[in-house]
Design a protein around this ligand. Structure first.
Ligand code: HEC
Ligand code: HEC
Length: 326
């Protein structure tokens, strides 16, 4: 008698557990993400298009990911004529929990998208069909910028030459196909600080360029280890089987950028300007870098100077495993 009741309790517990798991799954899959569209309409002006062009190519580097890159050259410069057409694959071979393909962000891909939908994709990571985007695209950083900058980028995207290129949809492996829906976040736009405030302005640009994401080590679960912020050491598996490790960009004297002054910092970036110094060819078997040097090389000198000022202010961390070359 007792045994029977015990079994019944076990069965009840089991059924309740299954129901809980199922409803959690349904919640994650069908209720999330819930990010409302903002009521906006972006007025295109020549100033906005110019600003958007600058930001999308040289600071937030949207065009870097959303174009074809020439990995036979150092730092994989983009192939001219492919700007915005998408197709770059980020998948399991580089350590990701699924297959994500940079989408076509020329008018060919986005003509049916409203400005509000593009805004939500950039700042919250939600696609047109209310699908969550994988945060390779750093939307959580983009959600904390000035709306005016995002509007400029939208105005610029609308001016790109439409390129016919259909990109297949992303596919997350289990359990990322559930977890991904918890990742989009409401945007919290802020006002862009004035360039006269070098420190605050530099912090803003450093966030816009998302330097922290590549230059901070990660846990196995893919979370940044924030008490090592900017200390480098994040390892990126490359498709040719090699690994590139990001360097320490805190101003630690021995292992970071501590010995370099502002002018040197700027000249390191300017040294990759393709017009002056075309990127070297690199054999397929050699370790390449993921640092988008050729894109950043055209950042304004004042903006690079502000980034220097900000990085110099962040906590200095010794990290021998990610020694700077300088
Ligand atoms: C580090 C690479 C990277 C950067 C930088 C990047 N993106 Fe993306 N973006 C992606 C990937 C990969 C996807 C596809 C993600 C997915 O499907 O889950 C994507 C998706 C999108 C989408 C959704 C489009 C669709 O058809 O679903 C838009 C819009 C977009 N990006 C615009 C931008 C803009 C604008 C910027 C710059 C402000 C930017 N991206 C910067 C990699 C990037
Ligand atoms: C897509 C990943 C990625 C992004 C984004 C990125 N970096 Fe890097 N960076 C790297 C990697 C990997 C290296 C090491 C290989 C090399 O030197 O190119 C590196 C190297 C560097 C170096 C050379 C350091 C040294 O001492 O050798 C500097 C300086 C630097 N990054 C600064 C920045 C700044 C500033 C930003 C933001 C504006 C940034 N990086 C954004 C990946 C990235």
């Amino acid at each position: 008698m007792k045994k029977k009741r015990f079994l019944r309790v076990i069965v009840y517990i089991f059924v309740i557990l299954v129901l809980l798991i199922l409803s959690a799954g349904v919640y994650l899959k069908h209720y999330l993400p819930r990010i409302k569209l903002k009521e906006i309409q972006v007025q295109s002006t020549p100033e906005r298009v110019a600003r958007g062009n600058y930001l999308a190519n040289h600071v937030l580097v949207c065009i870097d990911c959303h174009s074809t890159r020439d990995w036979t050259k150092y730092s994989g410069p983009i192939t001219p004529g492919t700007e915005g057409m998408g197709g770059e694959v980020f998948d399991q071979s580089v350590g990701l929990p699924g297959k994500y393909i940079a989408t076509n962000i020329t008018p060919y891909g986005l003509s049916s998208w409203s400005d509000a939908e593009i805004y939500r994709a950039i700042t919250s990571g939600v696609g047109k069909d209310n699908n969550a985007l994988f945060p390779i695209m750093p939307y959580n950083a983009y959600g904390n910028l000035d709306d005016e900058d995002i509007f400029s980028i939208i105005a610029y995207l609308r001016t790109l030459a439409p390129i016919k290129n259909d990109v297949s949809a992303a596919k997350s492996d289990f359990p990322m196909n559930f977890i991904i829906n918890t990742m989009p976040k409401e945007a919290h736009p802020i006002k862009r600080p004035s360039p006269t405030n070098q420190l605050a302005y530099g912090e803003y640009l450093t966030r816009a360029a998302d330097c922290i994401d590549c230059h901070t080590p990660m846990t196995a679960k893919g979370e940044l280890i924030m008490d090592k912020a900017y200390a480098g050491g994040r390892k990126f598996p490359l498709r040719n089987g090699k690994t590139v490790t990001s360097t320490n960009i805190t101003f630690d004297e021995n292992t970071g950028l501590g010995k370099i002054d502002k002018a040197t910092f700027i000249s390191i970036f300017k040294g990759y300007d393709m017009a002056i110094n075309p990127p070297a060819s690199i054999a397929a078997t050699v370790t390449n870098t993921l640092m988008p040097w050729t894109m950043y090389a055209e950042m304004d000198t004042t903006d690079l100077a502000a980034i220097y000022t900000y990085l110099k202010s962040v906590r200095r961390i010794r990290n021998e495993a990610a020694n700077s070359k300088y």
